[in-house]
Design a protein around this ligand. Structure first.
Ligand code: NG6
Ligand code: CA
Length: 509
């Protein structure tokens, strides 16, 4: 009343005041919309630095990923935290170095939830900022508290760590249970045919790779010798749930449709979608539309399939009028691998294609091929397209997007590198500890330091990737030696010491 009387004194009528308030409200809403762009992370599984044409692939074309790069920023030094799946996803969602949590290893399909319920995560931070949050695709961060009963609601899971909506595969496409879960419930489960899962022993009478090789359409080369589902040997044993089992050929379409639906249902409010593709992880089973299309075998085919999915997903964003107000990030959880457990001729049929591009090694490795991955950010109308050499890591999304949204959040390892992510600065991270198979290595400026490790030179179970383990210190200058071919540790003892001290200060803290 006092306020109104001030206006009366100044000659402003009540009607005029309401008009001002209304306009103000509109302005606020528009500016709200502006500062709260939707955020989508499209995350491939085992896609290498050289697997897409905008990063130099010539033997296969990925026009939809290339379009993202044309319209956004393509990072030449974009990293996952780790050279395997679970740790990288853990790092991206929690903003913490995964090697600080000894449980953050490639998890079996019956592992308990790895992320602490209620902790600060990328989705929980965004949820607090008013976002509707969803995950569609590969989870691989554990579910439940141990001894999960797959026939009831499975929790804690994505909803306990910040996601409003979840449509997921529990672990990987080569691990049981080979079913999807939506909001904690196995999709399409017939209660009279309950699911049982074990990573220790088979269920009586259930076919396994060792006992029933005649049922296989894809032979296992390493492990993958437990239950057979759809003619493919899996890791782990499973019984029941026949009506709920996925069809490998349809997995990509299934995830795409759910991701599109999530966008359509939430097109009028800020949303965060983590769209975690299944490709090109093994078993590589493209939909028949893509089978044989790349000329590079199933690994190439599923990369084409992934690229197509991205194109269709982007059409949905456009149709919903969200092309401009959405940050779309495309990246991968770790580097590439040829034979990762099945005879799918990935290595033979690859021809001249180089999945890691110019980088050394791939999945599981301490060399850059393990963790340096395609990394593109597109924010049409806001971010100027280009190429950036800034060192950026997926772990930094948490602190960077918190900063974008003005949210105060306590993060340990996640760094606010928002200006670099938006292409406004050339300065990303100064340094980064990357993780291979358990062990870690150090990136600082142009340098890559790998301290001596006792361990096999090659991934021991038959994967043809180098681990990065050697008895001597390794130091590489990535500016002049991107392929990490010339070890200059002996010529640069002072630098080795300096960098070792910095590395130890981070890892031994
Ligand atoms: C390995 C599997 C491999 C893959 C990997 C996890 C064997 C012999 N190999 O143990 O096939 O599943 O785990 O990949 O079992 S990741 O991308 O999810 O980290
Ligand atoms: Ca992976």
């Amino acid at each position: 009343i006092k306020c109104l009387s001030i206006f009366r004194n100044s000659g402003i009528t009540l009607g005029y005041l309401f008009l001002i308030l209304a306009l103000n409200g509109c302005a606020n809403r528009t500016s709200n919309k502006k500062v709260k762009p939707n955020i989508v992370i499209i995350y491939a599984d085992d896609l290498g630095y050289g697997d897409v044409s905008c990063y130099g692939a010539t033997e296969l074309q990925t026009p939809n990923i290339d379009k993202l790069a044309d319209e956004g920023i393509r990072f030449t030094q974009g990293y996952s935290t780790s050279a395997t799946c679970t740790p990288s996803r853990y790092g991206m969602l929690t903003g913490q170095y995964p090697w600080k949590n000894t449980r953050a290893q490639v998890l079996p399909g019956d592992a308990p939830l790895l992320i602490e319920p209620g902790s600060v995560t990328l989705p929980s931070m965004l949820k607090e900022a008013g976002y509707t949050t969803g995950i569609v695709g590969k989870w691989h961060l554990g579910l439940g508290k141990g001894n999960v009963n797959w026939n009831e609601e499975v929790k804690p899971g994505p909803r306990e760590v910040g996601f409003d909506y979840d449509f997921i595969m529990a672990a990987t496409n080569d691990r049981v249970p080979t079913v999807f879960l939506e909001s904690g419930h196995v999709v399409g489960l017939d209660k009279t045919d309950p699911i049982e899962v074990s990573y220790r022993k088979n269920f009586e009478g259930q076919p396994t790779v060792d006992e029933n090789p005649e049922l296989l359409r894809m032979k296992s080369s390493q492990g993958h010798n437990n239950s057979i589902v759809n003619g493919i040997g899996r890791i782990g044993f499973m019984k029941g749930g026949e009506s709920a089992k996925w069809i490998d050929e349809n997995m990509a379409d299934t995830f795409l449709v759910r991701a599109q639906k999530f966008v359509e249902l939430n097109n009028d409010k800020p949303f965060f979608l983590y769209y975690a593709l299944n490709q090109p992880h093994v078993p590589r089973v493209p939909h028949p539309r893509f089978a044989g299309k790349s000329g590079l075998g199933p690994r190439g085919d599923v990369i084409l399939e992934a690229d197509w999915c991205i194109g269709e997903f982007m059409k949905t964003l456009e149709k919903n009028g969200l092309a401009e107000n959405t940050i779309v990030i495309f990246s991968s959880d770790n580097g590439p691998v040829g034979d990762d457990g099945y005879y799918d001729d990935a290595e033979v049929l690859m021809g001249d294609h180089k999945p890691a591009g110019p980088l050394r090694s791939g999945k599981y490795s301490l060399y850059d091929g393990g963790t340096r991955v395609p990394f593109i950010l597109r924010w049409k109308g806001r971010v100027k397209p280009g190429v950036s050499d800034a060192m950026v890591c997926q772990m930094d999304f948490l602190a960077s997007f918190a900063s974008l949204l003005g949210i105060q959040t306590k993060t340990n390892d996640s760094e606010n590198i928002l200006p670099a992510l938006l292409g406004e600065s050339k300065m990303g991270r100064d340094d980064l500890v990357v993780q291979g198979m358990k062990a870690t290595a150090y990136r600082n400026g142009d340098w890559s330091l790998i301290l001596p490790h006792n361990g096999p030179k090659m991934v021991p179970w038959g994967v043809k990737n180098e681990t990065g383990f050697t008895a001597d210190v390794q130091l590489y200058n990535l500016a002049s030696d991107l392929g990490q071919k010339v070890n200059v540790a002996e010529q640069e003892p002072e630098l080795v010491e300096q960098l070792s001290n910095k590395y130890n200060a981070i890892t031994q803290n």
